[in-house]
Each structure stands twice: as C-alpha cells, then as structure tokens.
Write a protein that binds this ligand. Structure first.
Ligand SMILES: Cc1cc2nc3c(=O)[nH]c(=O)nc-3n(C[C@H](O)[C@H](O)[C@H](O)COP(=O)(O)OP(=O)(O)OC[C@H]3O[C@@H](n4cnc5c(N)ncnc54)[C@H](O)[C@@H]3O)c2cc1C
Ligand SMILES: NC(=O)c1ccc[n+]([C@@H]2O[C@H](COP(=O)([O-])OP(=O)(O)OC[C@H]3O[C@@H](n4cnc5c(N)ncnc54)[C@H](O)[C@@H]3O)[C@@H](O)[C@H]2O)c1
Length: 486
C-alpha cells in the first residue's frame, strides 16, 4: 500500500520505520517475514542515499574506467582499443543504474513485501508514535504496537572552513548525479568518497586536485593509501598531502577560489566536500524521548537505542539501524543490522527467546571486528577486520604477514605489470586471522574468502587445507600461509 499523508488519519502498525534507505527497507521486509505488520516513512526516494547518490551511481561511474584499464594491461586486448572513455555513454549508464532518480521499482518491491509506505517527513512525538508530514503539509499520526526503528541514514558533513558552505560545494549527491564533468575539480578529504571520486572524475577527463589533510584512506593499512596515491598521480591527479584548507569562495564567474594554510590559492570549477558524514537525527523528535537532536544514536548489540544511563530508551521500543547509529557506514553492514533488528523485534513481540550472545541470531556482532569493505579505486582496496595498527591498539599479540600480490602467478597472467599487496594479521594467541587486506586490480571478489576466515575464526592449521585453484590470484593465500610457516 502506498499512502500519501492525509489529515486526520490514525493508523496502527506493529512496527514503524523512519527512512526507507537500504536499511529501512530491509527491516520492514524482515518484520513482515516474521508475520508482523510494518509501515515505512520516506521523505525522498525509496532506496535512500545508496541507490541514487552513493554506492550504485558512483560504482557505475567507476566501472567503465576500470574495464578500460584492465584491457590496456593485457596485450592483444590492448590493441583492440580504438579510443578513450565515451563520457556520455558512462553518464547514461550511470543514469540507468540510478533508475533516473525514480523510485517506482523499489516502491513496487515494498508493495509486494506487504509493507505500507508513507511519503513525508517522519518525527517521533511520544512513546511509539510517529507523525508524518507530507509535502502538502498534511499530517498523519502512526502508532506502533511494538517498535519504532530509526533508519534515517547520514548526510555529508560540511566542515567549518570559512566560506565553504556559501560557495555551494558539491557533496556526494552532486558528484554521483553530475550531468557533466567539470574541467577542474577540487576534492576536500582523503577517505573512500574522495579517493573513489578522484579516480572516477580523472578518468572522465577532469583535472582533479585532492586536498588531503589526514592521509589517503587513513584507516586502511598504510600500503593501501600509498598505492592509491601513486596511481592517482600517474593518472594526473594532483594529490596534496598534509594540506589544510582555510577558505573557499565562489567568484561571480562561478570559479571557486580555495585558500590553503600555507598561503597558496587554488582555482577550480567545482569543489567536492568528502569529509565524512553526520547522522540524520536533527529533526526526528529525539527531544520528545529525552535524547539530543543531531546526536549519533548509541545502541546495544540488538540495536536498541540507549539513553545516557545506558538503559534502553523507554524500556526498549526504539531502535536505530544503519548509518544513523555510526557503527559501520556501509550498506551491507546496515542491511546485516536490519536483519538482526527485524528478527529481534519479531522475537520480542512473540515472546520468543532472544539470542543476543556473541554471534547470536539477534545481534550484529560482525560490526565490531569483522567489517568487510571494498574501495573501488585503482587499485581496488579490499579489507576485512582489523588493520595491524588497530589490532595492536586493541592489545592483541599479533603477527603480520605481507605478500607482494604482483608475484603470484595468477596476478601475472591477469594483467601485465600487475601491482598489488596483501597483508594477513594473525592473532597469535588464538592462531586465527583477525585482519586481511588486499590491494590490487580486481581483488574485490577475493574478499569474501577472508571474511569467512575472520568471522569463522578458522584456525590457521585448518586453512592449510583450503587450497586455492591454480593459477588464480587467490594463490596469495598459499603464499601468506607459507610465509607464516606451518
Ligand atoms: C559517495 C558514497 C559512496 C558509497 N559507496 C558505498 C559502497 O560502495 N558500498 C557500501 O557498502 N556503502 C557505500 N556507501 C555508504 C552507504 O551509502 C550507506 O552506508 C548507506 O546508504 C546507509 O543506508 P541507510 O539506509 O542507513 O541510510 P540512507 O541510505 O541514507 O537512507 C536513509 C533514508 O532515510 C530517509 N529519511 C531521513 N530522514 C527522514 C525523515 N525524518 N523522515 C522520513 N525519511 C527520512 C532519507 O531520505 C533516506 O532515503 C557510500 C556512501 C557514499 C556517500
Ligand atoms: N566503497 C565503499 O565502501 C565506500 C565508498 C564511499 C563511501 N563509503 C562510506 O561512506 C562514508 C563516508 O565516506 P567519506 O569518504 O566521506 O568519509 P571518511 O570518514 O571515510 O573520510 C573523510 C576524510 O575527510 C577528512 N577530513 C575531515 N574534515 C576535513 C577537513 N576539514 N579538511 C580536510 N580533510 C578533512 C577526514 O580526515 C577523513 O579522512 C565512509 O564511512 C565510507 O566507508 C564507502
């Protein structure tokens, strides 16, 4: 059922979810599968940031360049190339993947799942009550029998740099949905968004300058950022490391003037802000339940929101899943939380046992130390679990094993001049892998084996019996185990 808000309607559901991004949609689906009724409230497009302005369109922007690079690295295929990227075709393919910013197919999916959709802004007004304000200002009051789930996601953080906000900067939204490629693009930040968008826009023909204060991919293993910086520079990107941006101003002709701490001035046609995210909790009625608007929502492992005293808010009817709780800002991790939260709400509603022990059905244990991520730069950076630095900081007695990925026979066949690196971080006490990073062309699909090893806590002496096929890049596993020693 799709419902535009209308005045005076008073409607009751078992569960109400605010936000129909990938996380909200999946909570609703899970709750329905458990036999409860569910309504979602969405103020923009069903599918959220990921479908229209983040994961999907950005990966579509990156894919054509990656395919071209791959062909260039294989003699025989290289000779078949007759030109450079067709920018218009790349943008058209991106438009298709973003469903032309129309959410009809996702709305139909919700309908098939038996979930009611209310279009408008959702706001908690009291215990288990959500008010929806539609585009025409009309309101509908929704009552939840069991739970309300906040899945409102995150928005771009605009740092406090003089003039930046007034200069009308690009965020991920304008970059992901760009109708044309700017001649000169400055990018503020060095994380995943900055690195991926520098890769994409350089490939699409922009002259890109990255203004990086805290390092490129600073939370990854150091070799990952180093390899990405090298390849961005090879692609013509100006990567300015250790750079503090102090002022931004857009001139009357549209040119953006950027001031740096060392006094240098840079000009660009657009500036993309890629400096992290803020939770969308400003105007969702947190004050009505004793929480602070704008704050990140602290949750327990079953995703119930916790009050300042550490107890679940209001006895436990209010949950938060996905970006809004800040545990792991990734779609797959948010959807994992959605499955846990949907199932635990059903269990609690039916009085069934809650499995909230480590790795239980109703908890998001993997959020803590087993989060997989692929950054689609050149080279791709695929990682899971802890870096060596994070593992050491957590007090683990570790051994780090490194392997040149380019020396593996599968890699040499895959591409001439294959350049990459792999690292395995072993917890010496338990003889299990707690972190794994691969940096190299086309390593994304190799990651899941490492995720299984980390989550399954597979002992190293058993991993010896997991033989990678010859001649694949996966043989890096054998090389790492050999280096570790039996
Ligand atoms: C450029 C970029 C690229 C990314 N690429 C990847 C990637 O490749 N892989 C990956 O795993 N992750 C990626 N991410 C992260 C990913 O986009 C997020 O983790 C994911 O979108 C979080 O999903 P969510 O449902 O929690 O929030 P969102 O996707 O933000 O959805 C929240 C929804 O809630 C709605 N909403 C908010 N407030 C209200 C309200 N008051 N009332 C009603 N509705 C409301 C919003 O309109 C939105 O539709 C990327 C992020 C960015 C910025
Ligand atoms: N492929 C993927 O999985 C993917 C791709 C893009 C984004 N994401 C997710 O989306 C989230 C947001 O990504 P992001 O890159 O915006 O955030 P981020 O937190 O990963 O990186 C932001 C960077 O900006 C820097 N920064 C902050 N303020 C600054 C300032 N004033 N000047 C200069 N630098 C500043 C920070 O030090 C940080 O390194 C991340 O959690 C990321 O995991 C995932």
């Amino acid at each position: 059922m799709v419902t535009d808000t209308d005045t005076g309607t008073d409607t009751t559901y078992d569960v109400i979810i605010i936000g129909a991004g990938p996380v909200g949609e999946n909570v609703a689906d899970r709750v329905r599968q458990g036999g409860l009724s569910a309504a979602v409230v969405e103020r923009e497009l069903v599918g959220g940031e990921c479908s229209y302005w983040a994961c999907i369109p950005t990966k579509a922007l990156l894919r054509s360049g990656a395919a071209l690079r791959a062909a260039r690295q294989v003699p025989g295929a290289r000779e078949a190339l007759t030109g450079s990227l067709d920018v218009a075709a790349v943008l058209r393919r991106r438009d298709d993947f973003a469903s032309h910013w129309n959410d009809q197919s996702q709305v139909s999916w919700l309908g098939q799942a038996g979930v009611s959709l209310y279009r408008g802004r959702g706001r908690i007004t009291s215990t288990r009550v959500v008010e929806v304000t539609g585009g025409n200002g009309a309101t509908t009051v929704l009552n939840a029998r069991h739970a309300v789930v906040i899945a409102t996601g995150s928005g771009a953080l605009i740092p406090d740099v003089a003039g930046l906000r007034e200069a009308d900067p690009w965020t991920n939204r304008e970059a992901a949905a760009a109708a044309a490629v700017p001649g000169r693009l400055a990018i503020l930040g060095g994380g995943a968004v900055a690195s991926e968008m520098a890769t994409a826009f350089a490939e699409l023909g922009a002259s890109v300058t990255m203004l990086v204060r805290d390092g490129v991919l600073p939370r990854a293993e150091p070799f990952a950022g180093d390899l990405v910086v090298d390849s961005l520079r090879d692609a013509g990107v100006s990567v300015r490391l250790g750079t503090e941006t102090t002022s931004v101003q857009r001139g009357p002709d549209g040119t953006v003037h950027i001031g740096l701490a060392d006094g240098e001035q840079i000009e660009a046609d657009e500036i993309l802000v890629a400096a992290g995210r803020v939770p969308r909790t400003q105007d969702i009625g947190l004050d009505t339940v004793g929480l602070t608007p704008g704050a990140r929502l602290e949750v327990d492992d079953t995703l119930r929101i916790l009050a300042a005293d550490g107890a679940p808010v209001g006895g436990g009817w209010l949950y938060a899943a996905g970006d809004v709780n800040g545990r792991a800002l990734l779609t797959h991790q948010g959807k994992y939380q959605a499955r846990a939260v949907g199932d635990v709400i059903v269990a609690r509603a039916k009085g069934e046992p809650v499995q909230d022990g480590r790795w239980g059905r109703h908890v998001a244990t993997a959020d803590q130390r087993a989060v997989p991520q692929v950054v689609f730069t050149d080279p791709e950076i695929a990682s899971v679990g802890l870096t060596a630095a994070a593992a050491a900081a957590a007090g683990l007695r570790i051994r780090v094993v490194d392997q040149d990925l380019g020396a593996v026979q599968g890699s040499t066949l895959h591409a001439d001049g294959y350049r990459g690196q792999a690292r395995m971080v072993v917890d010496e006490e338990r003889q299990v892998i707690v972190g794994f990073t691969l940096a190299g062309p086309d390593v994304a699909e190799l990651l899941h084996a490492a995720t299984i090893a980390v989550v399954g806590e597979v002992p190293l002496d058993r991993l010896w019996h997991a033989i990678p096929a010859f001649p694949t890049i996966s043989e890096v596993w054998l090389r790492l185990l050999e280096a570790y020693g039996r």
